[in-house]
Design a protein around this ligand. Structure first.
Ligand SMILES: C[S@@+](CC[C@H](N)C(=O)[O-])C[C@H]1O[C@@H](n2cnc3c(N)ncnc32)[C@H](O)[C@@H]1O
Length: 270
């Protein structure tokens, strides 16, 4: 079931098509101009390359990007790897922002943006070689539906490749509520739970890499960026629209530093 809280969270998220375009003076000369600003996951372009390598994406690979956001990774993969990408995104503003950015840098014919829910991918059985996702599955409580849909649209032998937050043993119910209130995190699983969910959905050859240490320092840098965006907005408007988000982020960073939250990269074969 689509959660209105997740949609509302991304309607007011500090990273938007307008904010990205403002960063490049409104007129990008190509997709690469956007890359420093349009990657809404941890690790930017290097994380894309690492996930793409694990998923064996190359020229002609048919990729479905689940929860594609503003299509930063989709444009980067299409440009650097020559794959085709269908980008499925729940949020109407983000889907239209993605289409706008794609058109501005000449990717509107290379990436199809579809607005829809990742738990009900509106595509045929076996339509893709790779299903890809970054830092988005935490928003989806129905992992059974999500993973069943991902497996259905993959061809036999196709790869599901994704990164997501994982729960450490110290994550409390209060921490989970904080994560839900702060970033609309509907379900955070331990690595073992995730592996069980993947096996239950029929995936095999599950590989997991622990990204917790890398995400710890990235998160600290993001906190600085959000503080900067808050200060910019404050200077421009006198208002403080991102203040609550920054306050939450400070507590989020503490959970990651203490090991209650971690990050992981998963690849599994359909
Ligand atoms: C952290 S952003 C990641 C965007 C993109 N993967 C990137 O790295 O730039 C998460 C995205 O997931 C989308 N999302 C959340 N729940 C979704 C769902 N059930 N179906 C499709 N998209 C969803 C959000 O609207 C948001 O754009």
């Amino acid at each position: 079931m689509t959660d209105p809280h997740v949609i509302a969270f991304y309607d007011r998220h500090p990273i938007s098509a307008d904010q990205i375009l403002a960063k490049v003076g409104g007129a990008p000369s190509g997709a690469a101009d956007l890359w420093p600003h349009d990657q809404d996951h941890y690790g930017g372009l290097e994380a894309n390359a690492a996930l793409a390598q694990r998923a064996a994406i190359g020229p002609g690979t048919r990729v479905l990007d689940l929860c594609a956001g503003l299509c930063g990774p989709a444009r980067h993969n299409a440009a650097t790897l020559g794959c085709s990408v269908v980008a499925l995104e729940l949020n109407a503003q983000r889907a239209s922002g993605a289409r706008r950015l794609n058109a501005l840098v000449g990717f509107d014919r290379r990436i199809a943006v579809v607005q829809g829910d990742a738990t009900r991918p509106p595509f045929g059985d076996g339509a893709f070689d790779v299903v890809w996702s970054q830092e988005a599955f935490l928003h989806i409580a129905d992992k059974t539906g999500l993973l069943a849909g991902a497996r259905r649209v993959l061809k036999p032998g196709g790869r599901l490749a994704f990164t997501d937050w994982t729960a450490g043993p110290a994550l409390t119910d209060a921490d989970r509520r904080l994560m839900d209130e702060g970033i609309a995190a509907k379900a955070i699983h331990s690595p073992a739970e995730y592996e069980g969910l993947l096996t239950g959905a029929g995936f095999a050859e599950i590989r997991r890499e622990d990204l917790s240490a890398a995400w710890r320092s990235i998160l600290q840098a993001r906190l600085e960026m959000y503080r900067h965006l808050r200060d910019e907005a404050q200077r421009a408007t006198g208002a403080d629209p991102h203040a609550d988000y920054v306050r939450f982020y400070e507590r989020f960073v503490a959970l990651v530093a203490g090991g209650a939250l971690g990050g992981a990269r998963f690849v599994a074969v359909a």
